[in-house]
Ligand binder design. Sequence first.
Ligand code: M6R
Length: 609
Amino acid sequence: MCGIIGIAGTQDAAPQLVEALRRLEYRGYDSAGIATLVEGRIERRRSPGKLTQLDRVLQQKPLGGRTGIGHTRWATHGAPTESNAHPHASRRVALVHNGIIENFRELRSALIAKGHHFESETDTEVAVHLVTDLLDQGLAPVEAAREAVRQLTGAYALAMIFAGHEGLVVGARKGSPLAVGYGDVEAYLGSDAFALAPFTHRVAYLDDGDVVVLHGPKVEIFDSAGQPVQRQIRMTTASAGLVDKAGYRHFMAKEIHEQPEVIAHTLAHYLDPSALVVQLREPEVIEVLRHASRLTISACGTAFYAGLIGKYWFERLARLAVEADVASELRYREPVYPAGGVALFISQSGETADTLAALRDAKASGQTTIAVVNVPESSIAREADIVLPTFAGPEIGVASTKAFTCQLSVLAALAIAAGRARGVIEPDREHALVASLLEIPRHIVEFMTQEETVEALGGDLAKARDVLYLGRGVNFPLAMEGALKLKEISYIHAEGYAAGEMKHGPIALIDENVPVIVLAPHDTWFEKTVSNMQETMARGGKVILISDVAGIAAAGEAAYANIPVPAVDPTFAPLLYAVPVQMLAYYMALAKGTDVDQPRNLAKSVTVE
Ligand code: M6R
């Protein structure tokens, strides 16, 4: 999703702007640009494509100036061309925008009628002309910005600079995140603390409706009523060092391999390994779950599949009634929230627009809200009643991997804690479950020795046009996650099904060209899943069985290929089975030569609906 940076600086702004944009690359984008004030005039450089292309433009035509703004654009209105790239500018103002201006059509018609000429297909450009119009009417820059923002509807974060006003940067936030960075002699705006980390660790997050004015290092913030306000300045933990690939070919590969460590780190926050019990450092959550009348779980994409697996755990281990829905549906379908209900939201970025809106709705409907998030300073973390952190570290690959397994780690610990609190789980069972969870990182390390097998298989299967994933129980949501992972990075069509649903329709798709990935630990339902495998193989389907040694032996020779994984407590199998699933998607994408870390059309942090 778009990334924003603004600098009211004392040194050459262009290299700083590009450095910050590089740190926002992980969000996904398809064009980039910067604008600065050069002797009071607005100058800009823009380019479609990646930052390396903008670098080339800047080498050919360097840009001076100490006050500036920059942007990575993820196209919504209009193709990723130079003319649609931000900053958009008139002779008086240049502006960058993240989000969607919903009333841009009405505003554009009115401005065209007044003689304004539009150069792009974007919704953003309307804000440029609106501010210019207000400046032309005699308003000072800050007043023009505030009045323009008042007229915009939708979700946005904006940063602007004004011709003839050295050192002035104005920002606004409604719906999309915007952080202010406090330096000693400079001030900054950025989409997140990570972008600002090379310049400062003192960061404040704007609230919805805030307008911020940077005059050199001086920062003034006004709330939606125009009143001066202070927003809490926090010391961020975001690292100033660029997260690098540590020798891996892609961030996704690095993040897959980091899982034993980050899962262990996340589990260490929630489990006491000596007493083999769940030890929550957020004790209020126990009382909340003990008395919960129902748990609603919501999220988007991969985080939603983590939530669906969580549903199985909360039902089985805590006998807690759970409803799970994607946030984009939950927020609009007028759900019936029970008195005493608890709503749990899951998000890596903590900025996903639909998840944030669903959280706000649940809160307004009287639910106690819990957030499982990876970014502690994010909007979702700040707005939830209780925050349960994951410790995945920065996830740069657009395809979520380590954030997913860390989310599962938190949900597993929480479900055990809920089971204890609700009198469903006896201490012995808790010890056994906690011991099984603590074993997971070691089992993942053990599985990693199979990487070459998965790589070879990935190369072989990459020719497929369609792939099916099957799983039962807790492995059904993982089958859907596997399909999502494959389609988003390899562009191969894939679907995940409950194994028992095969004969109710999907089996019609089976022929010798359709690989069927079966996720089946040797558990209570194994025989049933094997029957579904047989039905598939009888129709020529190529079954790839991911199972433990006992499962592979019991299934016999029939599978096209096997991916052996260590035997684990089947309850927590998704934590381990996620890894071969991610790896297979990675190697299939690699064989196809796609852009694994920044797949086409996708953004890391989806801050618009
Ligand atoms: O930041 P979030 O966890 O809220 O993001 C939710 C989804 O957008 C995200 O999981 C998406 O589905 C990933 N690209 C999946 O790999």
